[in-house]
Design a protein around this ligand. Sequence first.
Ligand SMILES: NC(=O)c1ccc[n+]([C@@H]2O[C@H](COP(=O)([O-])OP(=O)(O)OC[C@H]3O[C@@H](n4cnc5c(N)ncnc54)[C@H](OP(=O)(O)O)[C@@H]3O)[C@@H](O)[C@H]2O)c1
Length: 296
Amino acid sequence: MVTMKAVRIHTHGGPETLVYEDAPRPEPAEDEVLIRIYAASVNPVDWKIRNGYGKDRFKRHLPFILGWDVAGTIEGTGSQVEQFQPGDAVYGYTSLFRDGAYAEFMVAKTTEIALKPTSVDFIEAAAIPVAALSAWQALFDTADLSANQRVLIHAASGGVGSMAVQLAKAKDAYVIGTASARNADFLRDLGVDEIIDYQKTKFETAVQDLDVVLDTIGGDTQERSFGVLRKDGFLVSIVSPLSQQTAASHGVRSAMIGVQPNAAQLDEITALVDSGKLKPYVETVLPLNEARQAQR
Ligand SMILES: NC(=O)c1ccc[n+]([C@@H]2O[C@H](COP(=O)([O-])OP(=O)(O)OC[C@H]3O[C@@H](n4cnc5c(N)ncnc54)[C@H](OP(=O)(O)O)[C@@H]3O)[C@@H](O)[C@H]2O)c1
């Protein structure tokens, strides 16, 4: 058996369940590629699944490799794969149902990956897919955000929020973003038109009649977001289901989404990155064997 280094969980629980060890190196099926991984990024879904989120629905085998944001090079291809060649630099977001990217190698479907933007390195590239695709699918596919509309982005300083701000600005929307005071300069750099410090100001006292709200927080933040939309405005959440009754009482539309892999959208995201309109922000870089620290 050919092995590789990987970080796997053998049981669900805290960061201590992440084990750096030898694991079988995967083989690509006919429609898959084998990626030699340079970088994986850490998303909240990684620790949620580590904790056991959706374990009955996803029915994953254990041990299991976390991490679904990947950047690397094509090491090998299945017999049906024509669009990628060994050596191509790629990045992507792959299915949560299969082993992920906290490893030296992983397999991916060609529908999950795209050629990596040339203007960023592998580490920056790995920080893009989950966050950018989530923002894209929430703002454009679901809420149909268009030019000159006004959108409120909660947690504009977060992974998804920072991508959502830049995508909305690239669409010529007017962007209001919430963050704590320590991130005000960051939001200004991202291009946010109006900043609300959510620790000092209740956002519903500062904005009204919005076209779209992106909820990345849930709970009380989601509940209060219904009231800041114009009639027929759209509240899209990436964190928790929304009350259709509350939406109807406000005369607004709402939906929760789960991000899906999408190579065609990644190609469009690549173009935005290479044209300087979309920039990933990397906070910390750690080696694979410090995955526990990364998740903490
Ligand atoms: N449904 C899906 O497919 C999907 C996809 C991606 C992510 N998600 C979920 O979406 C959530 C956000 O993901 P992420 O990667 O963007 O997380 P993240 O990067 O960890 O977001 C952290 C940010 O949240 C901000 N924040 C915390 N409480 C806030 C509040 N009450 N109001 C405004 N901002 C607040 C913090 O800002 P300050 O430091 O300025 O306080 C921080 O910058 C997670 O729960 C994740 O699991 C779901």
